[in-house]
Design a protein around this ligand. Structure first.
Ligand code: 5AD
Ligand code: SF4
Length: 472
């Protein structure tokens, strides 16, 4: 009889991809995925520790799961990812009902560790090694028989993430990643291409290449063939027959080269959407963050990107209230946002992280000031995002269909959802006589409503659209 697996994933896209792979690995040991934790024989929590209170969230969830375990003593509970790496044995000390603690480089050991638990060889399993010589197993080793996607992904089945590297060598002073994910390790070129080809053969149309700092792909460890860099990888992936859209994240501004920028003009599949975290507009703060660029250098790169690809949609990350951030430093950040007019941004209040250097900085900014600055920054970003989105009103936008919903009540207009190449979420309504396009299809939508976070419109052409209903 098959066993039931439930995975709860926190945090970044890298974690989402890792959870999918855990699901696929465990499918080979007979696990079937379920969305319901109460049905599960094994619950895995894939954790993130990038910002504040991550550890508390995990402990409180584990506290809630204690009741489930009391009702079903065969239930096994595992903690994986960055909080597992960071807290290690402390998790089991505080939460003795946890059976497994598995670090960021060790989740490939899950089937073997579970077998040892089942066989009674281990009572509780902890595997945290963050070795310098770690190699990421190839997709073929992990997948073998083209197993279906098992862990719940937030992506449509036509989209997939592909991890190209793990870890980070940058040591930004606020960041925990180099400590939880270890040093940078790039996957071999051939493994990545193989994974992309297999995914596209299974029906995936859009790939996002993932890494903490994709621009330094291939620099830290030799990737065969030698001397290949990230732009070479992008070019090779873009050639995959059947791949419609290609994206990547995350890039570090200091490593953004002219060659990579030119890819946005040269590669048809590469979407004109670029996430380039700036963090702050103040040179003093950027230096203390150990970011390796100035606001002026960042702005020059933005100008060059826009020269090369005028329709590029730029997104970024900001941290407000970094230690020592004065009102003037924050004004510099607001000024940078005014000048660049990012299409969207993620913004966070600075929080201390274990081992990160800024945790020891003494000139912390109060919570009250951080909240007030965050609200001002987000208010301005929302205005700018809305303006960008309004510039699509009355225009045709190409959308890749991600989800469609069948109307629950008769007479309700069928609707679907997708994304523009610039990464805007687009909701669309069908007109009478039109058939719902399948996920993965590229459609034209006439935009008639714009909000700060999404667009809405009507489907213009699909194979079955009567020509009379096509608007110009
Ligand atoms: N405090 C607040 N935000 C942080 N980030 C990373 N570390 C911290 C921290 N200690 C943000 C950065 C990064 C994003 C993934 O999370 O903006 O780009
Ligand atoms: Fe963290 Fe900086 Fe590395 Fe990004 S580049 S993962 S912020 S250390």
């Amino acid at each position: 009889m098959s066993k039931i697996l439930h995975i709860k994933t926190f945090g970044c896209q890298m974690n989402e991809r890792d959870s999918e792979i855990m699901g696929q690995l465990l499918a080979r040991s007979g696990y079937v995925y379920s969305d319901a934790p109460e049905d599960a024989d094994l619950i895995l929590i894939n954790t993130c520790s990038i910002r504040d209170k991550a550890e508390q969230k995990v402990y409180s969830l584990l506290g809630q799961l204690r009741d489930l375990k009391e009702k079903k003593n065969t239930l096994r509970i595992g903690v994986c990812g960055c909080v597992a790496q960071q807290e290690g044995v402390k998790i089991i000390e505080r939460m003795p009902h946890v059976d497994l603690v598995v670090g960021t480089q060790q989740f490939y050991q899950l089937p073997a560790l579970l077998a040892r638990l089942e066989g009674g060889e281990l009572h509780q399993a902890i595997e945290l090694d963050l070795a310098g010589d770690f190699t990421i197993p190839s997709y073929r080793e992990v997948m073998q028989d083209n197993l279906p996607h098992l862990a719940k992904s937030t992506l449509a089945p036509v989209q997939s993430f592909v991890t190209i590297m793990q870890g980070c060598n940058n040591f930004c002073s606020y960041c925990v990643v180099p400590y939880t994910r270890g040093r940078e390790i790039s996957r071999p070129f051939a493994d990545i291409l193989d994974e992309v080809h297999q995914l596209v053969a299974q029906g995936v149309r859009e790939i996002t290449l993932l890494g903490q700092n994709v621009n330094s792909y291939g620099k830290s460890n030799a990737v065969a063939p030698q001397s290949l860099a990230f732009p070479d990888l992008l070019r090779a992936v873009a050639k995959t027959p059947g791949l419609v859209r290609l994206r990547f994240t995350t890039s570090h501004p200091k490593d953004l080269t002219p060659t990579l920028m030119r890819c946005f003009a040269e590669l048809e599949q590469l979407c004109p959407h670029f996430h380039l975290p700036v963090q702050s507009g103040s040179n003093k703060v950027l230096a203390r963050m150990h970011r390796g660029y100035s606001a002026e250098e960042y702005l020059d790169k933005v100008a060059e990107l826009r020269r090369i690809r005028p329709d590029i949609a730029l997104a970024t990350d900001f941290i407000v209230g970094f230690p020592g951030e004065s009102e003037q430093d924050f004004a510099d950040t607001m000024q940078l946002l005014h000048r660049v007019r990012f299409h969207s941004s993620f913004s966070f209040k600075y929080s201390d992280r274990p081992q990160a250097r800024a945790t020891n900085f003494t000139d912390k900014v109060s919570e009250e000031i951080k909240s007030e600055r965050l609200a001002r920054l987000q208010g301005l970003q929302n205005e700018i995002s809305l303006e960008w989105n309004k510039s699509s009103l009355g225009k045709k936008v190409e959308v890749m269909v991600e989800h469609n919903t069948t109307p629950k009540t008769p007479g309700e207009t069928p609707r679907g959802r997708g994304r523009s190449a610039a990464n805007q979420v687009v909701h669309f309504l069908l007109q009478p006589g039109q058939t719902m396009p399948a996920p993965g299809k590229l459609i034209q939508v006439l935009i008639n409503h714009a909000g700060p976070h999404s667009l809405r419109g009507t489907l213009l052409d699909s194979c079955n659209t009567p020509s009379s209903s096509i608007h110009g």
